[in-house]
Design a protein around this ligand. Sequence first.
Ligand code: FES
Length: 109
Amino acid sequence: MPKVVLHRDGQVYQDEVKDNTNLVVRAGIKQFPYPNLRYGCGMGKCAKCACRILKGGEHLPAPNWKEKKQLGAVRLEQGYRLICQLWLNHDIELAQDLQPLEPAAPASA
Ligand code: FES
């Protein structure tokens, strides 16, 4: 069971989740990390769910095309990922900025 640590606004939230868990899906049904994880579309289009990965990034798959499009190369290098695009099977520690990131690419219809 992956352990998830979320830093936001000076607070640290921590819990375990089942294998193959998507944190935005969980938040959508009001389970941890709700209400502390900001998210929007759940489809990799808005970048509201973006977080910096502090630990455990080595277990994540490479960014998909939506993450590359919405985050851009610089923010990917800084460790940002779109949490709605990730299914967790390992411990992870992440931080979400108070201000949502502007998507690198405008939302398409
Ligand atoms: S919730 Fe919109 S990009 Fe993740």
